[in-house]
Structures are given as structure tokens and as C-alpha cells.
Design a protein around this ligand. Sequence first.
Ligand SMILES: NC(=O)c1ccc[n+]([C@@H]2O[C@H](COP(=O)([O-])OP(=O)(O)OC[C@H]3O[C@@H](n4cnc5c(N)ncnc54)[C@H](OP(=O)(O)O)[C@@H]3O)[C@@H](O)[C@H]2O)c1
Length: 212
Amino acid sequence: MKIGIIGAGMMASVLAARWTTAGHEVMIGARDVGRAKALATRLGPDVPSGTLREAAVYGDAALLAIWPTGVIPALLEAGAADGTLAGRTLIDCNNPVETGSFTLTTGDISLAEQIARLAPGSRVVKAFNQCHADVWAMEPPRFDDRSLVVPIAGDDPAGKDVVSELVRDIGGEPRDIGPLHRARHLEAMAAVVIGLLYTGAPSRTVFNLVEA
Ligand SMILES: NC(=O)c1ccc[n+]([C@@H]2O[C@H](COP(=O)([O-])OP(=O)(O)OC[C@H]3O[C@@H](n4cnc5c(N)ncnc54)[C@H](OP(=O)(O)O)[C@@H]3O)[C@@H](O)[C@H]2O)c1
């Protein structure tokens, strides 16, 4: 599968690497094309890079991995309002969490639903937002010999099929938790997780009350 990676930070880097290892083709897009190229070069000699818009139209799927306050501006720069993402699976891993009070910065609807409104025709799926990048970097993410369950939420069955495949390709077990409005709960749960991480809880086993 061809996957456009919108963003060149930590989550972009980790998931692009895992999917490349699984045999997918990725393209890195960022507002700073120099940073996109630097990440692409680290991933492999033939990995393409470019602008946010070029990454948006690259593949069947696109991962949106942008610092929360930049998600909507980046989506607009990627041409979402012009239909660049129409017909594509758009994976939203972003957590709209304010890191002082660890509360959501969104109003009545989730960030995922806002993204769906701004990217008409795209198949938005909320996924990969629940765990720290250190977990997604695990090859595979297994705990006590059990695969990590990865909740996904979305309104489009075909989009959820694509994301389920991408979850399995990194060694996770997809769990469909329902329509896109359920992303509100995934984002709220992430606010709790992030709050714990900021207290120094271990990034891979944040809910372990007792250290091994
Ligand atoms: N890190 C984690 O463990 C983790 C886990 C789950 C979910 N998430 C979510 O994943 C998303 C990315 O997190 P991250 O840790 O990968 O962040 P990061 O390493 O700080 O990377 C953020 C990326 O967003 C870009 N960006 C920021 N503002 C932008 C704007 N206005 N327009 C275009 N690009 C912009 C940055 O570009 P520049 O380099 O040019 O600034 C960079 O490429 C966040 O929404 C976060 O909540 C993170």
C-alpha cells in the first residue's frame, strides 16, 4: 500500500518506519520540506518526500501526525478543503490535549470529526492515538506475550479495513469500537494517559501500578 505521511515528527517517523519494514511504500510530507527530506533519507534511499499537499495525494491512505495546534492548519495546507484527501483513508492519531491541565482543547465534537468535516469524502479513522510512540516502535508491540489491542473508530467500513490491515502489519490487534463519534472517548482517554506520562509513568507500561 502507498501511504502519505503528513508530518515529520516522532509519530510520523515511528509509524513510517514500521510500515516500511512491513513492505508498504511511504512518502513524507512536511511544511518544512528539508525536515521531510531528512526523515525520508533516514527511512531509506528511495523514500520520497515533499510538501504536505504532495503527501496527501500520494497514496491510498494518509497518516496525519501533526502537533495538535497545527492539525487544522496543516490539513488546510494539504488541500483537504479542495478534495485532495477524497476517497483516501485518513488516519488521525492526534491528541487535542492541553498539557497544563491535561484536558481536551476540542468543544462538543472530537478532533477526528472536525477533520472529517474539513476533508470531505475522506475516510477518517481515529487510531494509534492511545499509546506513546515508544509502544508503536516495539517490534511487535506485545505485553506478556499478548498483542496490543488497538482501538479504531470511523464511519467508513473500507477505511477501517485499511487501518485494521495497517495495525496487524505492525503486530497489533485492531478492535473496532464503532463510528467516528467514538473518537471523543479515545481522545479523552488519551488525555488521561498523557497526564500520567507527564508524571513520569513509563511510556510503554503507563498503567502498570507496580514496576516489574
Ligand atoms: N509522541 C507520541 O508519543 C504520540 C503518541 C500518540 C499520538 N500522538 C499525537 O501525534 C501527533 C504528532 O505528535 P509527535 O509527537 O509526532 O509531534 P512532533 O514530534 O512534535 O512532530 C509534530 C509535527 O507537526 C508539525 N507541525 C506542527 N505545527 C504545524 C503546522 N501548523 N503546520 C504543519 N505542520 C506542523 C511539525 O513540523 P515542524 O517540524 O516544522 O515543527 C512536526 O512535523 C500529535 O497530535 C500527538 O498528540 C503523539
